[in-house]
Write a protein that binds this ligand. Structure first.
Ligand SMILES: Nc1nc2c(ncn2[C@@H]2O[C@H](COP(=O)(O)OP(=O)(O)OP(=O)(O)O)[C@@H](O)[C@H]2O)c(=O)[nH]1
Ligand SMILES: [Mg+2]
Length: 395
C-alpha cells in the first residue's frame, strides 16, 4: 500500500494531482488546510493537503491466483482418493473459501425462515381456510412476506370470516388488503413536499443513493423550479465526488464537498437562499459500526433535516434486518427503496415497514435519471403483494 501527500491551492487542484498519480480508485485518508509556520503564514492563503493511498491491486491479484492454484492442487491430489472422501474435501474447500463465518448467521436465519414457511403451509392443510384464502397466503409467501405477518392475517381471518365467506374473492382480497394497509404509516413524501430543507441520504454501499439524489434534484430543480444545492461528504473515493459533480453540472445545481462537521455547517449556511439541500453520504457497510458512526456529525440537532434510509429492494431479508438494526441509531428516518425493477418479490417493503414503523418515501425503478423514480404508492405495493403485476416493464 502506497500512502502519499499532495498539496494544492484548492481541494480540486489537490484532488486532480491525486487522480493523476494514483488513478480513480485512490482512497482519501485525510484532507486538511495547512498554513505556513510562523506569523507570515497567517497572511498567506492556506494550502490544501490531501493524504491518499491506493490498494496494491497486483498483490491482491497474486494472492487470489495463489489461492486458485492451491484449490486446483488440492482437487488434483484428491482424485485418487475414494469418492466420498473427495466430496467431503470439496465441500470443505468450498465452504472454507466461499462462505466466511460471518455469512453463516444470515444463512442460518434464511434456513429458519424456510422451515417456518414449510411448517406453516403444511398446517394450513387443515379445514380452517378455504382454498381461495390459501391461494392468497401463498401469493404473500411468494413475495417473501414474513411468516409473522402471515400468521397475524390467518388469525384475523379465522376470527372474522366463516368458511363460506372465505369463498368470496372480493371479501377475502379486501380483508387482507385492509390488514396490510394498517402496517404502512400514512405520511408520504410527494414531489411537492417542502417541509424539510435539508435531506440526507444514507444507506449501504451501492444501493443507489447518489443516483436517487440526482433524480430527485432534477425533478425539484427542473420541473418544480426549486433552488437546489448539493453537499457530499463522500470523499472516500475520488470517483464518488466526480459522479456527483457530473450530475451537478448536468442539472446545474451547485456542489459543496465537505471534509469535516464544521464544513457541513458552513455549507448549509452558504446555501441559505436554497429551497432544498440534498446531502450525499458514502455507502457504509452495515457490518462496520465504526464507519457508521461517521454519519453522526451530519445528524446535528441544530440542523433540521430529513434522513432517508436507502435500501435496495433486492436485498435478502436476513441482511435487511441487520441493516435496519445497525442504522437503529438514527432518531427518525423515512424508507426509500431502490431497484424495484430488479425484483419480483415485494415482501421486503412490507416487512421493513412492519419492523421499523417508518413511512415510505420514494421508489426507484431503474437507472435512468430522472425518469425512474416515483412517489411510494402503498396501494400499488399492496396490490403487487396480492398478485398483481404492476412493476413490470413494458419494454
Ligand atoms: N436497476 C436499477 N439500478 C439502479 C437503480 N438505482 C441505482 N441503480 C444503479 O446502481 C448502481 C449504484 O448506484 P449509485 O447511485 O452509485 O449507488 P450509491 O448508493 O451512491 O453507491 P456508493 O456511494 O458507492 O455507496 C448504479 O449502476 C446505478 O445506475 C434502480 O432503481 N434500478
Ligand atoms: Mg454514492
Amino acid at each position: 500500500m502506497r500512502v502519499k501527500r499532495y498539496m494544492g491551492e484548492t481541494v480540486q487542484e489537490a484532488m486532480q494531482k491525486v487522480k493523476m498519480d494514483l488513478g480513480r480508485d485512490a482512497i482519501i485518508i485525510s484532507t486538511r488546510k495547512v498554513r505556513k509556520k510562523g506569523i507570515a503564514g497567517f497572511f498567506i492563503k492556506p494550502l490544501i493537503e490531501v493524504v491518499a493511498t491506493v490498494d496494491d491491486y497486483t498483490k491482491q491479484e497474486e494472492k487470489r491466483s495463489d489461492i486458485t492454484k492451491k484449490i486446483e492442487q488440492e482437487k488434483e491430489n484428491s482424485t485418487n482418493n475414494s469418492s466420498i472422501e473427495n466430496k467431503r474435501k470439496d465441500v470443505f474447500l468450498n465452504t472454507d473459501i466461499n462462505m466466511p463465518m460471518k455469512n453463516m448467521q444470515s444463512e442460518f436465519s434464511e434456513l429458519k425462515t424456510m422451515i417456518d414457511k414449510v411448517y406453516n403451509t403444511i398446517k394450513e392443510g387443515d379445514d380452517k381456510f378455504s382454498d381461495l384464502v390459501k391461494e392468497y397466503l401463498n401469493r404473500l409467501r411468494k413475495n417473501e412476506v414474513e411468516e409473522e405477518i402471515i400468521s397475524g392475517i390467518k388469525k384475523r381471518i379465522s376470527e372474522d370470516l366463516t368458511l363460506q365467506i372465505q369463498e368470496d374473492e372480493n371479501i377475502v382480497r379486501n380483508f387482507i388488503y385492509n390488514i396490510l394497509l394498517e402496517y404502512f404509516p400514512k405520511e408520504n413524501d410527494g414531489f411537492n413536499d417542502s417541509s424539510k430543507k435539508v435531506r440526507i441520504f444514507v444507506g449501504p454501499t451501492g444501493v443507489g443513493k447518489t443516483t436517487t439524489l440526482a433524480k430527485l434534484a432534477a425533478i425539484f430543480s427542473l420541473s418544480k423550479k426549486k433552488k437546489v444545492g448539493f453537499i457530499t461528504s463522500d470523499t472516500y473515493r475520488i470517483a464518488a465526488v466526480e459522479q456527483l459533480r457530473t450530475y451537478s453540472e448536468i442539472i446545474n445545481v451547485p456542489l459543496s464537498v465537505i471534509y469535516s462537521p464544521l464544513e457541513f455547517i458552513d455549507a448549509i449556511k452558504k446555501y441559505k437562499e436554497k429551497d432544498i439541500i440534498m446531502v450525499d453520504t458514502a455507502g457504509r457497510s452495515h457490518k462496520d459500526r465504526y464507519q457508521l458512526m461517521e454519519l453522526k456529525p451530519l445528524l446535528n440537532e441544530d440542523i433540521d433535516s430529513q434522513v432517508y434510509l436507502v435500501i435496495s429492494a433486492t436485498t435478502k431479508m436476513a441482511d435487511c434486518k441487520e441493516i435496519i438494526d445497525s442504522y437503529g441509531f438514527l432518531k427518525d428516518y423515512k424508507l426509500l427503496f431502490t431497484k424495484i425493477d430488479e425484483t419480483s418479490s415485494f415482501g421486503i417493503i412490507l416487512n421493513t415497514t412492519y419492523l421499523t414503523k417508518k413511512p415510505l418515501s420514494y421508489f426507484t425503478v431503474g437507472q435512468n435519471v430522472p425518469d425512474d423514480i416515483e412517489v411510494a404508492d402503498v396501494n400499488k405495493i399492496i396490490n403487487s403483494l396480492l398478485g398483481d403485476r404492476l412493476y413490470e416493464r413494458s419494454s
